[in-house]
Ligand binder design. Structure first.
Ligand SMILES: [Zn+2]
Length: 57
């Protein structure tokens, strides 16, 4: 069964909370909100595509 999505893990740059978001494999970048403080971030996969790099919008 093909994997259509992966779990992106990213750290909030404001409060440090680890967030997780299910992202379609085709997406090279997405946006998400911190579940703890609500800060909106743009997240991009790093080389391993597990831990994503986040920057606050
Ligand atoms: Zn946060």
């Amino acid at each position: 069964m093909p994997v259509a999505a992966l779990t992106a893990e990213w750290n909030c740059t404001r409060c440090g909370t680890t967030n997780r978001k299910l992202v379609p494999l085709a997406d090279a970048r997405t946006t998400d909100r911190c579940m703890h403080c609500g800060a909106r971030h743009t997240i991009e996969p790093d080389a391993r595509r597990v831990r994503w790099v986040a920057r606050q919008d």
